[in-house]
Design a protein around this ligand. Structure first.
Ligand SMILES: N[C@@H](CCC(=O)N[C@@H](CS)C(=O)NCC(=O)O)C(=O)O
Length: 196
């Protein structure tokens, strides 16, 4: 399969990490989204949403949306609980990540790193909602080792993607001891070098 992704994007890295963890064979096609690489006619043919990541299974099937992709790739692995209710709890984290975490934590980082905004120029509501998401993670991770409890799952992969970059969006991570412990543990599981 081919993964079409931007290696600066947490959403795309989720797909790479899961593929590496599972030992899947894939080719990586780098797409420069900042220069319109996801809006070319060839790309839109593969993914009409015009976003990365997208996976081309090279048998006529394609799939978009990071969490749908990792959900599919990891379907029979230890990254997805066998128990249906536990799997639904994992999905709850995946939906929460897209609606209540990424739009604040990742967007602040995008604006600072790629648009060159200063921290003081960020919309205070984005920052407030970003801290609310980080508080939520801290509460959970002060109680359990991973987001679902003892087992590392796709919930940890998905939430790791932008939480480990939150400091680049101006978030003060010093107050999040449990989150920092979980980031280090999750990076060890996925064999990732820590981010500066
Ligand atoms: N919900 C989507 C979000 C994908 C997304 O926003 N991708 C960004 C990069 S992180 C992108 O392709 N931006 C370029 C564009 O929208 O033109 C997912 O999880 O895959």
């Amino acid at each position: 399969m081919k993964i079409l992704g931007d290696s600066n994007s947490g959403n795309c890295l989720k797909v790479k990490w899961v593929s590496d963890y599972l030992g899947l064979r894939y080719g990586w096609v780098e797409v420069d989204t900042l220069r319109g690489g996801s809006r070319t006619p060839e790309f839109l043919e593969l993914n009409p949403f015009g976003q990365v990541p997208a996976v081309d299974f090279e048998d006529g099937r394609t799939l978009a949306q990071s969490n749908a992709i990792i959900r599919y790739l990891a379907r029979d692995s230890d990254l997805v609980p066998k128990d249906a209710f536990a799997a639904a709890r994992m999905d709850a984290w995946l939906f929460w990540e897209q609606y209540s975490h990424v739009p604040y934590v990742a967007v602040c980082r995008f604006q600072m790193v790629y648009l060159g905004k200063r921290q003081s120029e960020l919309d205070p509501n984005l920052v407030k909602r970003g801290y609310a998401a980080l508080d939520q993670l801290e509460q959970q991770l002060a109680r359990t080792h991973h987001l679902l409890g003892d087992a590392f799952s796709l919930a940890d992969v998905a939430l790791l993607a932008y939480t480990r970059l939150a400091h680049q969006g101006g978030f003060d991570m010093a107050r999040y001891g449990a989150v920092r412990r979980w980031i280090a543990d999750s990076e060890r599981v996925l064999k990732l070098a820590p981010v500066r």
